[in-house]
Design a protein around this ligand. Structure first.
Ligand code: AMP
Length: 293
């Protein structure tokens, strides 16, 4: 496995792989890898011959009071995990390599960033689409894999690729969970033992929503109220949002119909955890969609 720190070296290594007829797969990450990330590598390997993992804590997607400085980092551990999982290249640039100057060109995202994390983290998705666009231009992958755990990000990236004609196929991967249901996240290390024990309430709230919908409930506000009640039983939890939106445009819906995203963000101490499920509701039929096509 190779490691590159510069854009020019990365381009040279990938050009060589491509010259040998290899298809390039790409898994962008912020590092501090866990099994969720590693399953993205597995999926990338199924769709390509040469898998590039980027490890870059991207400053432009963090707000001024967010955890950019304290975000967990451990390159040596990440290197071993990527190597064991069969990645071919880690691209791990310094901030100065990616942003020698502040970017004067930025994005404006309509609709898709209005709600959910986009509403609570102003500018976050502009930073995400900026860095992902730069990475796509540096790596020029044939396929790129993103996790459904960050459903709003996944939907925005798919639209980025469509609107700007990036020649890359986006593949989504189901959320990987701990055995008690907590979605794996690099930020889970922020949790103390009490918060970690209580954090299972997020997945339980999503499962409660699903059960209500399966038993016929279609009123979004009633479902959200039930989820709020359940999460309120966790003394350390502070709800940032619970929303039910349509997958198509990420706008809120009053009554459930079609593909719906049930998403939440909840603070436990300084850890802001997100999770979601996607359901397809058609008449009285309800089906979970683990990875958006
Ligand atoms: P991050 O390092 O948090 O920026 O995440 C990098 C990629 O890994 C994104 O596409 C995430 O959606 C994905 N990811 C993070 N956590 C999980 C998880 N628990 N299951 C599946 N994918 C994940």
């Amino acid at each position: 496995m190779l490691i590159t720190r510069t854009i020019s070296k990365t381009r040279a290594v990938i050009a060589q792989a491509r010259a040998q007829g290899e298809r390039i797969g790409f898994v962008p990450t912020m590092g501090y890898l866990h099994e969720g990330h590693l399953q993205l590598i597995d999926i990338a390997k199924q769709h390509s011959d040469f898998v590039v993992v980027s490890i870059f804590v991207n400053p432009t997607q963090f707000g001024p009071h967010e955890d950019f400085a304290s975000y967990p980092r451990d390159f040596e551990r990440d290197r071993k995990l990527c190597e064991a999982r069969g990645a071919d290249l880690i691209f791990a640039p310094e901030v100065s390599e990616m942003y020698p100057e502040r970017s004067l060109i930025t994005f404006h995202i309509e609709k898709l960033a209005d709600r959910l994390c986009g509403a609570r983290r102003p500018g976050h998705f502009n930073g995400v689409v900026l860095v992902v666009s730069k990475l796509f231009n540096i790596i020029q992958p044939d396929v790129a894999v993103f996790g459904q755990k960050d459903a709003q990000q996944l939907i925005i990236i798919k639209r980025l690729v469509q609107d700007l004609n990036f020649p890359v196929k986006i593949i989504s991967a189901p959320t990987v969970r701990e055995s008690d249901g907590l979605a794996m996240s690099s930020r889970n290390v922020y949790l103390n033992p009490e918060q970690r024990a209580q954090s299972t309430v997020l997945y339980r709230a999503l499962q409660r929503a699903k059960a209500l919908i399966e038993s016929g409930e279609r009123d979004a506000q009633r479902i959200i109220s039930e989820m709020e009640k359940l999460i309120a039983t966790a003394s350390e939890a502070r709800i940032d949002y619970i929303e039910i939106v349509s997958v198509r445009d990420l706008q809120p819906i009053a009554r459930l119909d079609g593909q719906v995203l049930i998403a939440l963000a909840v603070y436990f101490g300084k850890a802001r955890l997100i999770d979601n499920i996607v359901l397809e509701v058609a008449g009285d039929q309800v089906r979970e969609i683990p990875a958006l096509p």
